[in-house]
Design a protein around this ligand. Structure first.
Ligand code: ADP
Length: 171
């Protein structure tokens, strides 16, 4: 990857990656010359999927976007962004409830790395209520994941949470 042009990192847990995340990636990919999806470890959340599993599934989902890379990272997202020599960090906002946390994070990141600009994209209107928690709940109860999860990721989620993972009791 060259260091010229506008390079952005979209960090997150993506546990799992859903259509709301994909929508942000596809829109951000139009804004930047290079985009890196950073699959990180959030110490406040116990992961359902391994970093490697998330990485491979996201790669498959966005493989048509040739200027988008998917990588894993540990530690602070802002350090990862800086290490990748990116000028921008992308975050998605679903509702006002996301604003407080995201504003705190972006101000803290700006203190640590003033050269990195956080760019917020509003969630696509069909995806404002979508979260990885919701996906895990739908999968646990055997619901149809297709409206919420990119096709290459469905089998991963069903294997972990769906009927194949834990046969349901009858009656
Ligand atoms: P994190 O642990 O960093 O919050 P997530 O995987 O939950 O990681 O989210 C990664 C980013 O994607 C965050 O900026 C989050 O606000 C955003 N995001 C989550 N769900 C959606 C959605 N439905 N639409 C748009 N952005 C979203």
């Amino acid at each position: 990857m060259s260091v010229k042009g506008r390079r952005a990192v979209y960090p997150g847990s993506f546990d799992p990656f859903h259509r709301g995340h994909e929508n942000i990636v596809r829109r951000a990919a139009k804004l930047f010359d290079e985009l890196i999806v950073g699959v990180g470890f959030n110490p406040t959340k116990i992961p359902a999927f391994s970093m490697e599993e998330r990485l491979l599934a996201i790669r498959e989902t966005v493989q048509d976007l040739t200027h988008v890379q998917v990588m894993t990272f540990s530690g602070l997202a802002v350090n990862f962004v800086r290490g990748q020599k990116a000028q921008f960090m992308v975050r998605g906002i679903r509702a006002l409830s996301d604003m407080e946390y995201e504003a705190t994070m972006s101000l803290t990141n700006a203190t640590m790395a003033p050269e990195i600009e956080t760019v917020f994209l509003m969630a696509g209107k069909e995806y404002t209520n979508l979260s990885s928690t919701l996906i895990r709940q739908i999968a646990t109860h055997g619901g149809d994941l297709l409206p919420f999860v990119p096709t290459p990721i469905i089998s991963h989620v069903e294997r972990r949470f769906g009927k194949a993972a834990e046969p349901q009791e009858e009656g």
